[in-house]
Every structure is written in C-alpha cells, then in structure tokens.
Design a protein around this ligand. Structure first.
Ligand code: PLP
Length: 393
C-alpha cells in the first residue's frame, strides 16, 4: 500500500449527514425548478407554493396542506388556529426539540410535560393520562413522532376524545411515516412539519407546513399565516407573516417525488445497523438498560409504526466517551437531546425538579444518533459499527 492510501485510511470520515450526495442525484431537476421560479418572478405564495401544497396534501392523503415559514411557526399557527391561549395548558413530551414546547408559551399557554416510553422514547399515553388527572385546564396534547417513528396515535386520539382535547401532531421528523397504515400528519386534529435542511424532507432553507382534515382549522391557519387577513388589508385578527416562499416550494416539490424512495433507503440502513450491532454482541433489542457487558440498547420499532428513520438512535453505556472516540475516528454523531425541556433554564418557572421525569432524563444521558441518510454506504455503516466495537473492546 502506498503512503497516500494509508493517509486516506487514517482520515476516513463518515459524516452525520452528507446533503451533497442527495443534491448531486437531483441536481438538474432542482436547478430547473428554481430557475423556473426566477423566470416567473412570483416569489411569495405564488403558483409554486399552490402546486406544492396540492401535491403535499395528496402525498399524505390529507384535505389541507398549508405552507409556512418553518416548523416552529407551523406549531405556533396550529395552536393559534385552535384558539389556545392564556389560562390554557398543553401536554407534551420533554424529550423533543425546543420548538415543541416554545409554541405553547408563544400563544400564552402553559406547557405540561409528561414522561416518555423507554422503548421508543415517544410520549407515553399513560403519563399523559396521569398529567390530565392533575391539570384541569388542558386543551391539547402534542405527541412528537420522534426520529421518524409515530407516537401511539390511537391512544392519543382516544384520550383526546375522552377529555375533549385537540391532538396536535409534531410531525417535523416524520414525512412519510405511518401508524397502522395512516400517514403522520393526517391522524390528529392538526399537524406540523418542518422542512429544515436536516429533515428527511428538506428545503434549501427554512420552511414548514400545517396539515389538517378540518376545514375551519385550515381556514384559520391560512388567515393567521398572512397577518390575520382574509381579504387583503382587512385584518380580522392579529396573525403574523409566516408565508412560504416559491423557491422553497419548488425545491420541495422536486424532493416530494423522491421521498418514498429515500425513506425506504433510510429504513434499509436502519435494518443494517440493527443487524450489525446485534451481530457484534454489544447490543440488546429487548432491554432499555445499558451496562458494561451489554453497552448498546436498540430502540423499539413498534409493529404499528412504519418508521422513516429521520434519525437512527441507540442508547449507549459511557455515551460521552463513546462519542468522543467516534469523533476521533472521523465518525459524526449527534445527541438528540442532551437536556430535556423541563430542565431548560427558560422553563425553570414551571417548577419541575431534577428526577421528576426520570425516563426523559435517562434518555438524555444515554442517546446517541449515528450517521443515517439515504446515500450512506454499506462500507460506511460497517466502519461506524467497527469503531463502536473497538471502543468497547
Ligand atoms: C425541527 C423540529 C421542529 C422545528 O422546526 P424548524 O423548521 O426548525 O422551525 C419542531 N419540532 C421538532 C420535533 C423538530 O425536529
């Protein structure tokens, strides 16, 4: 082996996400779509946005799809459309991205955090039930389809019917995911998507979407995203500017045609990781405990769920040391999420003590996301798993 090759071996990199590979595979289509928007000079809520909204609704089998500026805004719009505000409470998971909870305070309501299921790390229906027994002003529940696997939607729909709550799906990580054959984004009263560049369906910048089968909620969302105006310059309510722009819609329209293939590829990569990790002898798929002798625990993939593996996450013993070692080996990893929301400084006023939501807190100490994207190669996956094996041996 010559020296040049040896150097290449030592500096091997497996990126957490390599967006350039996806771009190269659809470059001509994307460039044509973006140039068509430039030629049209219709930049905001133009024909490209209408086309994407129509195709997105059809793709999810949902009646209405309303583009907006980000996933964060989609959550905010959904709660505002439901007329949730001061004096109301909303139950959600503390083990999610910050925006899942900040949308609640943005409309003036109070977040109530309920713990997660240790197998899937999704919001636990039983924990929501017990939170409802302690709070009488809850108006909605926000389950998050974490890492691309749907939360237990039947249970949440039933709880919501029993307690007369709205179900707001945070589907930011779950375009194309299903629960018992139904699309994420079509099951609750209203749902929110993010097209942030790292998401499984992604724009070339910030973008988001609200979906619903409810005509009234769709109409309110459409009004609120454009300054609360139904007729231009007449304002029924105070909304805000959260319009989707046409360049983003054009990019998303192209990618929507590929999303089913990309999700399938993600799922194959996840299967391969599962197999390699189990074969390595490090991992157990039957316990959530990680120990010195069984240092990796695989998350549960529920039989009702068609998981799209927006992220591939495991629990790891000595997680931070493993992550450091993988960084040295050139393997990108991430921690989603290192601090559960109930322990964030900005939510101190809610009064949650350390230890109050133990499964979320344990998950935040143990989870590690490994590289996953549709174009990840078998060799790269093998390299990642070999590096994990090396660390523990
Ligand atoms: C990304 C994300 C959001 C926020 O979306 P943005 O488009 O970044 O504003 C909300 N919730 C979850 C679960 C997310 O992953």
């Amino acid at each position: 082996m010559n020296t040049k090759n040896t150097v290449q071996q030592a500096t091997r990199r497996v990126l957490m996400l390599d967006l350039r590979r996806q771009y190269e595979s659809i470059r001509d289509e994307l460039q044509a779509a973006v140039l068509a928007v430039l030629d049209s000079q219709a930049f905001v809520l133009g024909p490209a946005v209408k086309d994407f909204e129509r195709d997105a609704a059809a793709n999810l089998s949902v009646k209405h799809a309303i583009g907006c500026a980000s996933g964060t805004d989609a959550l905010w719009l959904a709660l505002a459309a439901l007329e949730i505000g001061p004096g109301d409470a909303v139950v959600t998971t503390p083990f999610s991205f910050f925006a899942t909870a900040s949308c609640i305070t943005r409309v003036g309501a109070t977040p109530v955090f309920a713990d997660i299921d240790p197998g899937t790390l999704n919001l636990s229906p039983a924990a929501v039930e017990s939170a409802l027994a302690r709070h009488n002003n809850v108006k909605a529940v926000i389950p998050v389809h974490l890492y691309g696997q749907c939360a237990e939607m039947e249970a949440f729909v039933k709880i919501a019917a029993d307690h007369r709550l709205a179900v707001v799906e945070d589907a930011a990580q779950a375009w194309g995911a299903k629960w018992n054959g139904k699309n994420a984004g079509s099951i609750g009263d209203i749902a929110c998507f993010s097209f942030y560049p790292t998401k499984n369906l992604s724009a070339a910048g910030d973008a988001g979407m609200v979906t619903t089968n409810d005509d009234r909620l769709a109409e309110r969302t459409t009004m609120l995203r454009a300054h609360g105006s139904r007729v231009r310059y007449y304002h029924d309510e105070i909304g805000w500017n959260s319009r989707l722009d046409s360049v983003q819609a054009a990019v998303l329209g192209v990618k929507l045609k590929h999303i089913a293939d990309w999700n399938r590829a993600r799922s194959e990569k996840a299967c391969r990781y599962h197999g390699l990790l189990q074969k390595s002898g490090l991992a157990s798929a039957t316990t959530t405990e990680v120990t010195a002798t069984a240092p990796i625990a695989l998350l549960e993939n529920r039989p009702e769920a068609q998981h799209v593996y927006h992220q591939y996450v495991v629990r790891a013993h000595r997680r931070d040391e493993l992550r450091q070692y993988l960084t040295e080996q050139g393997v990108g990893t991430e921690i989603y999420y290192p601090v559960p929301l109930h322990l964030q400084k900005c939510f101190e006023y809610l009064g949650y003590a350390k230890g109050s939501l133990p499964e979320s807190e344990r998950a935040s100490r143990e989870v590690l996301a490994l590289p996953i994207f549709p174009e990840l190669t078998q060799e790269e996956q093998q390299y990642v798993v070999n590096a994990i094996v090396d660390f523990y041996s």
